[in-house]
Design a protein around this ligand. Structure first.
Ligand code: GLU
Length: 303
């Protein structure tokens, strides 16, 4: 039984990423699970940048007191695993030649309903496929036929979504996030998934695919993201709120940890805490259900 944190090395962590990582670690450790770190680096153009950013991210995790089990796994090293899982899906997978524009038009849905890819390419004949292959390379989609899948989130409760024929391998050959993440979680024995709540809507698809591959879907806990007071999401560009920038501005890692713990209702504001001390206090029921409002200017002023 494992929990995990699965960062994308596209930029340095900001405090919101660290806060989600903390919840993932505490959720795993407080339930006696192992904890894995997996780098989601399937889709990054420059390997050297990804390596440098990963190093920084791992240093940040270690700095706040996080420990993980076994070596850090990189998705880019796991092509064979994805190929094998794809083969297991057999004829549930089909080639799709739709352009982005085709898909946007086909999935245009009335306001408030989930856009569903209608399976335009599901029934193409071999002759049509041969003709289209000469026009553009296909992506691969899994035939889900608008299944409905429910998941239960430890924080927000039951969540049901329509599973459309989502992409498992893109036209450029890169395995899609929704596919790789499920294959990895299943292969690594991950039965607890904690991440930002921007991915809540992906969880019905992922739970459905796990089941199709013969696994029990994991428990989910989606952590509300950090927002600026104007309601906008704290973006990756808000580097000012990374550990290294905050340290350079005179805010220690211990102070950051203390703020993060307080924001999760696991400590009083200003309490000195160590991450390991929070394991016994951790309870998903304590976690706030709303976004954490953080004013980057206030943090700058505190320095
Ligand atoms: N790589 C994703 C992120 O950095 C998280 C994916 C997941 O946890 O399923 O937001």
């Amino acid at each position: 039984m494992f929990g995990r944190f699965a960062p994308t090395p596209s930029s340095e962590f900001h405090i919101g990423n660290l806060r989600t990582a903390m919840v993932a670690w505490l959720a795993a450790r407080s339930t006696g699970r192992g904890f894995l770190v997996r780098v989601e680096d399937l889709d990054l153009p420059r390997l050297s940048d990804a390596q440098r950013i990963t190093e920084g991210q791992l240093t940040d995790l270690a700095r706040i007191g996080m420990t993980w089990d076994g070596p850090v796994v990189h998705q880019r090293d796991r092509q064979d695993v994805y190929e094998q899982a794809l083969a297991r899906l057999g004829d549930r997978v089909y080639e799709c030649f739709c352009s982005r524009k085709d898909v946007a038009e086909a999935t245009r849905a009335p306001h408030g309903t989930t856009p569903v890819y209608p399976g335009t390419c599901r029934g193409l004949s071999s002759a049509e496929k041969d003709r289209l292959r000469a026009v553009r390379p296909p992506c691969l989609r899994v035939d889900a036929q608008a299944a409905h899948q429910s998941v239960t989130d430890l924080l927000s409760g039951p969540h049901t979504g329509v599973v459309d024929d989502f992409v498992v391998r893109r036209a450029d050959g890169v395995f899609a996030y929704n596919f790789a993440v499920v294959v990895d979680d299943c292969a690594q024995g991950v039965d607890q998934v904690v991440r930002g709540d921007d991915l809540l809507d992906s969880s019905p698809r992922q739970a459905w695919l796990a089941t199709l591959l013969g696994f029990t879907p994991p428990t989910y806990l989606h952590v509300p993201l950090v927002h600026s007071p104007d309601g906008s999401r704290l973006a990756k560009r808000d580097h000012a709120l990374s550990l290294s920038r905050l340290r350079a501005a005179g805010i220690s890692t211990a102070q950051v940890l203390s703020h993060l713990a307080a924001s999760l209702n696991l400590a009083e504001e200003g309490d000195q805490v160590a991450l390991a001390d929070l394991v016994d206090r951790f309870d998903p029921a304590l976690l706030p259900r709303d976004p954490w409002l953080v004013d980057p200017m206030e943090w700058a002023d505190a320095a």
